[in-house]
Design a protein around this ligand. Structure first.
Ligand code: AMP
Ligand code: MG
Length: 287
């Protein structure tokens, strides 16, 4: 199954209302897709080993979504298939005073993995054009008046495009995932968090306030995805109501992206290769 229909890379306009939030007709293929997920992740893990060995390209996966859309469980159930040694996961919360005294990409840059690794951003630089836009937080920041103004977010979109282009040209692939959960499913998951004591730690009354701004977030996501979806750094808008299906789609994206990066185990250098026969003979003749 192709993940093309979920991909946004500048070729088509996103209208969030028209995007599916569940697996739809693919529900009947569940058993097959669940086993494909495991197979994809096995293959992706092997490619990631090559990426690590080669060390010349890195992969950055930014995960964005509303509360309870499944960001944490995606990290737990999909990205955990990779060797932890080559994986770096960072979660971004509301910026503290120190972070706010820097430009907004400062903390993101510090969280980027070295080339050779896979970096997962659980929330990301996109919060700065989503929650910030919805709540007009930029007006509460200590910014020079010349930095504010009508085109504040247009400028940020441009900065994000340039930032990701810069990363691409410096050896990184950037993939952005939006987990598109429905209002009904979010309600179910919030109620589950209330019912189950083992999920209380995930419960936040502030999340209810965000839920009441559903339409505002829809508009912010739509604007930001349309403005920052590029060939080099595509967005994937993924149905998130059926976790098994989201996991399957992410396994496809991970495998496809790593396959496209085409990492290879690096060969021995000529000088090392020249020493191999003598080293081998020494090992074989010794104890
Ligand atoms: P959670 O992901 O549930 O732990 O919540 C993290 C909270 O931090 C969410 O409400 C985010 O919207 C918020 N957050 C993350 N990054 C930013 C940011 N750059 N500016 C403002 N709030 C942020
Ligand atoms: Mg939360």
């Amino acid at each position: 199954m192709s993940i093309k229909s979920y991909r946004f890379d500048g070729g088509k306009n996103l209208r969030l209302q028209e995007e599916p939030t569940d697996a739809g007709e693919h529900k009947k293929e569940k058993a097959e897709l669940v086993s494909r997920t495991a197979e994809n992740l096995r293959k992706a893990a092997m490619l990631a080993e090559k990426l690590y060995a080669a060390g010349c390209e890195g992969l950055v996966v930014a995960i964005q979504a509303r509360d309870a859309a499944g960001k944490d469980s995606l990290v737990k159930h999909v990205f955990s298939a990779l060797n932890p040694q080559l994986l770096e996961v960072h979660s971004f919360k509301s910026p503290n005073e120190h972070e706010l005294s820097h430009d907004y990409l400062w903390r993101i840059v510090q969280a980027l993995p070295p080339r050779g690794k896979v970096g997962v951003l659980n929330r990301s630089h996109y919060e700065d054009v989503l929650v910030v836009k919805v709540h007009h937080l930029e007006k509460t920041y200590r910014l020079a008046p010349r930095c504010l103004g009508e085109d504040f977010f247009e400028k940020r979109y441009r900065q994000l495009r340039h930032f990701e282009d810069y990363l691409y040209e410096n050896g990184y692939r950037v993939v952005k995932l939006f987990l598109n959960v429905s209002r009904e499913e979010q309600k179910k998951r919030f109620l589950d968090r209330i019912e189950r004591e083992d999920k209380h730690w995930k419960l936040s009354t502030a999340d209810m306030k965000e839920r009441s701004l559903w339409a505002e977030y829809d508009a912010a996501y739509e604007d930001c995805i349309n403005a920052t979806a590029t060939q080099r750094a595509p967005w994937y808008v993924l149905p998130a109501d059926n976790k098994w299906y989201t996991r399957y789609l992410v396994s496809e994206i991970l495998l496809e992206t790593l396959a496209d990066m085409n990492p290879e185990f690096p060969p021995l250098s000529a000088s090392e290769l020249a020493l191999v026969p003598s080293v081998k003979a020494e090992l074989e003749s010794g104890t």
